[in-house]
Design a protein around this ligand. Structure first.
Ligand SMILES: [Zn+2]
Length: 413
């Protein structure tokens, strides 16, 4: 299988203390420039009583207010077009993403910092790569495109759709690489076999959706393709990427990633799930403590990674903020409950409600049964406890259509 490589040995393998010093220098320069040129940053820092000169260690990052992705649309609407966050004036492109929010592409060559991620995945100069994220308004296609070209790859700007044409092109030019969602890669490979147009793809970078291990193993063993993945957002670019160890994604070393406890907003301990918050240092459009809305966790570390990279790892995407809450210290998601409910076909609708009584979290499930069915409530209760790791009460009753599956009604006083 295609070997992986390290793009920037100096930075990717820098020891932790030296890397923190490097990041602090970038942070100080970025805060100073943003305070000078981005009115929204100046307001936020003034509001927090923080001057650029006060940023003396990486811990001072915690004093900078967080900007939430779900607030960005209204901030941009109130102060068009860039909500007072733009620092430099040299843009290459302007993108839009659902929300709607607008995403400027600054002047840097590999603006979203993907080159290290592609090298780790085994891409190299001369690869001909099918880039299948959309190039239409949204930045996805261009994000991958810029990283690939900075590595010396040749890009086929395929975008989404037109499966047969993509297979024809990739087969004709003997494409060796693929970048995009893993499910579409599978579609292309199977279609290639059906059309008797074999594809010569050796290496793939998967992003923008979950990569189940069953799918990875089908692509690796069935088609002999190395498949590694990365985590990126439209606003921040790539934040983490896998190395050949495949047990988590190393943080991209040119940015700062924090995981913040969903309740307290304070840094979460390794292994604890929390809100992914990123800080980038682009000269045109840096983002300071931008909260993505995604939930992840730092992987617990057993020792240095055999690949030689020194950056900590993210466990991968665990969900979205809003569908995940912490109950009695445990992380509960609606999807976990739904999975357990699937084993009980009598359940037509359900709702889990969390309340707080006498400083104790209380979890109650209301389940509405399909007509003419019955349910062993104790058995369901046991299955739910198994799924979410905490005990809740099951009540049979009625659930209004469209009710949130997991409703947090706790009031914090
Ligand atoms: Zn590694």
């Amino acid at each position: 299988m295609r070997p992986s490589s390290v793009f920037d040995r100096k930075l990717e393998m820098l020891d932790r203390a030296a890397h923190r010093a490097w990041l602090l220098e970038r942070l100080r320069a970025t805060v100073a420039a943003a305070y000078e040129k981005a009115p929204a940053v100046r307001r936020a820092l003034d509001g927090a009583g923080l001057r650029p000169a006060d940023v003396r260690s990486l811990d001072d990052l915690l004093r900078i207010p967080v900007t939430r992705k779900d607030a960005l649309a209204s901030l941009q609407a109130a102060d068009p077009p860039w909500a007072g966050l733009l620092v430099g004036g040299r843009l290459q492109r302007i993108h839009a993403s659902p929300g709607p929010t607008f995403v400027p592409q600054g002047s840097a060559d590999d603006y979203w910092r993907f080159r290290m991620a592609f090298a780790a995945a085994g891409f190299r100069a001369g690869d001909i790569v099918v880039d299948t994220l959309s190039y239409h308004l949204t930045p996805g296609g261009f994000m991958l495109d810029a990283g690939l070209r900075s590595l010396g790859c040749v890009v086929i700007p395929a975008g989404t759709g037109s499966t047969d044409l993509q297979v024809t092109v990739a087969s004709h030019v003997r494409a060796t690489g693929y970048a995009g969602t893993p499910s579409f890669l599978r579609t292309l490979l199977h279609r290639g076999r059906e059309l008797n147009l074999p594809l010569s793809i050796e290496v793939a970078f998967a992003t923008a959706e979950m990569l189940p291990e069953s799918l990875r193993s089908e692509l690796e063993t069935g088609f002999n393709i190395r498949v590694l993945q990365g985590y990126a957002t439209a606003d921040l670019g790539v934040l983490a990427y896998e190395c050949p160890e495949k047990n988590g994604m190393h943080l991209q070393p040119e940015c700062i990633v924090e995981i913040l406890d969903l309740e307290t907003g304070k840094p979460a301990a390794p292994g604890e799930a929390g809100h992914v918050v990123g800080t980038t240092f682009d000269a045109d459009y840096p983002l300071l403590r931008f909260a993505t809305g995604d939930v992840s966790a730092f992987a617990a570390e057993a020792g240095p990674c055999p690949c030689g990279r020194t950056a900590p790892k993210l466990k991968g995407l665990l969900g979205r903020v809003g569908d995940a809450i912490k109950v009695r210290g445990m992380f509960v998601r609606a999807s976990m409950i739904e999975e357990a409910m699937k084993g009980f076909p009598a359940v037509a609708r359900f709702q889990a409600v969390v309340t707080r009584e006498e400083h104790h979290d209380r979890l109650e499930y209301t389940v509405e049964l399909a007509q003419g069915t019955s349910l062993d409530a104790a058995k369901l209760s046991e299955a739910l406890r198994e799924a979410v790791k905490i005990r809740g009460e099951v009540r049979i009753g009625s659930v209004p259509p469209g009710a949130p599956r997991l409703d947090d009604r706790r009031v914090w006083k």
